[in-house]
Design a protein around this ligand. Structure first.
Ligand code: SF4
Length: 490
């Protein structure tokens, strides 16, 4: 044997990273199930189950390709690698560049050598050169460059369909009664059952833990959901937990699928003429635009970025985030219950319900970030740090987004069916039945009006604030709402 190839649990693809060109005759594979990863935090059991079972299945598939696989359990990744090195003394350890600053540091200090991380479509150096050339890091500008560079949905130098994005077509509220095709239920095998038993998880069939299952999920999305994805991508409904979302982010983030496979499948489907441009463009933008941008920004902004708290938000995490019975707000109750069931809700409840609530209540960004990391199935560090600190709670003072994503109940009422059965009224900002989102939205603007005064993208909101004639009553209600949220009675 000549090398130890270390495969982290988010590099599970044979054709990318350190496995590209690996040879069973000379390469031994190391995988480490570290206690830091399994018991270090209050991880959602579904998430742990998915990550561990996927890794064990992947180890088995490498063995069937003829590799010697050392799958060890240890306190940390480094102690696990030491165990493997003892068995194969003197062999160098190779790994693709890890996906977080912490693991990069730990492995560098352990003299691991790195090959380029090609689990993304944009090399880190290429992103940096783009970001260095920008005054503000607008995702839309990056995305257009990606479309041209990767030649996706292009007609020569022009975007297919005559526009770079179709956001306006993609903001439909939920249909009266959603009756879309079912999502796949994934069969479980011996490895799945073993992992679930070890971590005390009640097994579900929501998420695949194999490459074959991830490919089946991709095919199911393309065949049955892709055409209708775009117009309903922002809608929220209690009728269905996923609408037409792809449910592919967990597999993209742990390596079972590569972004290029997903983009190629989507582009090929579009070429058949069966997929409307607004769905094709909306979906492809998530993959080649947003996903790549967020990863690029994680590395560009550096390890200290996660500690930002520019709005001085210091409220402790509200009890409702961990307990849906600790609130009467129907939108939050439903969303947190969904997360408890599947470790997933789509991007709009994440942004416009959960993050919005953390933002306008002044919840500490790091406490909220830690919670988001723990409960979502696809919550890698590189995804969550920019998404929460930059986009979700505007804790970076606008380095990433030009304005905060704060909204009152009117937006939620328009884009969901949560409000009708709710105790609160999205139109009211004062009084006992006022929607907490609406009350706290105005309070948020009022508390930060000086910060946002010079931000021209906030001028309309600040103008609206200045026209309010019930600020004293609003402040009374704010007090009641915040106390009630802390006590779990609102
Ligand atoms: Fe949520 Fe307010 Fe609507 Fe109730 S009224 S569901 S709290 S947005």
């Amino acid at each position: 044997m000549k090398r130890i190839i270390y495969i982290p649990f988010d590099h599970l693809h044979s054709n990318y990273g350190a496995l590209k060109g690996a040879d069973p005759a000379v390469d031994v594979i190391a995988m480490v199930e570290s206690a830091r990863m399994t018991t270090g935090r209050n991880w959602h059991k579904e998430r742990l189950f998915f990550l561990i079972s996927s890794a064990r299945h992947f180890a088995k598939s490498l063995e069937s390709e003829g590799f010697q696989v050392e799958y060890v359990k240890a306190a940390t990744t480094v102690t696990g690698l030491e165990l493997v090195s003892k068995k194969y003394p003197g062999l160098p350890i190779v790994c693709a560049e890890p996906s977080s600053f912490r693991q990069f540091e730990a492995l560098k200090n352990h003299s691991v050598t790195f090959v380029e991380n090609d689990f993304f479509l944009t090399p880190r150096a290429l992103f940096r050169s783009w970001a260095d050339s920008q005054k503000s890091y607008l995702m839309e500008n990056f995305y257009r460059k990606q479309r041209v560079r990767l030649d996706v949905l292009m007609e020569g130098a022009d975007p297919v369909g005559g526009a770079w994005n179709f956001d306006k077509e993609n903001r439909l509220p939920p249909p009266k009664k959603y009756e879309g095709p079912d999502y796949l239920a994934h069969e479980r095998d011996r490895i799945d059952i073993e992992v679930a038993a070890e971590i005390g998880h009640l097994i579900t069939t929501t998420w695949a833990t194999t490459r074959a299952g991830a490919l089946a999920q991709l095919k199911n999305f393309i065949d049955n959901h892709f055409a209708e994805f775009g117009p309903l991508e922002d809608a929220m409904t209690t009728d269905n937990w996923a609408l037409h979302h792809s449910l592919l982010s967990p597999y993209l983030n742990n390596g079972l699928l590569h972004a290029s496979e997903v983009v190629e499948a989507a582009a090929a489907a579009y070429r058949t003429g069966k997929i409307p441009i607004e769905s094709a463009e909306g979906f492809i933008r998530q993959i080649i635009g947003w996903r790549e941008y967020v990863n690029g920004m994680y590395w560009f902004l550096g390890p200290d970025y996660r500690e930002n708290n520019e709005l001085q938000a210091n409220r402790k995490l509200l009890p409702l985030f961990n307990d849906p019975s600790a609130t009467k707000m129907n939108c939050i109750k439903e969303t947190v219950a969904d997360i408890q069931d599947r470790a997933w809700v789509h991007h709009i409840p994440r942004l416009m319900l959960l993050s919005n609530l953390a933002l306008i209540t002044g919840t500490n960004p790091q406490e909220f970030l830690d919670w988001m990391r723990e409960v979502f199935i696809d919550a890698s560090e590189w995804v969550m740090v920019p998404n929460v600190i930059g986009m979700g709670v505007h804790a970076d003072g606008g380095q990433m987004m030009t304005k905060p994503y704060a909204a009152g109940g009117a937006y939620i009422s328009r884009m969901s069916n949560y409000c009708k059965p709710c105790e609160y009224n999205p139109k009211l900002r004062t009084g006992e039945t006022a929607c907490p989102f609406t009350t706290l939205y105005w309070d948020f603007l009022d508390r930060h009006k000086e910060t946002f005064a010079k931000n021209h993208r906030m001028s309309q909101q600040i103008f609206g604030l200045n026209r309010l004639n019930d600020l004293p009553e609003l402040k009374e209600r704010v007090k009641e709402v915040l106390e009630g949220l802390d006590q779990g009675s609102i």
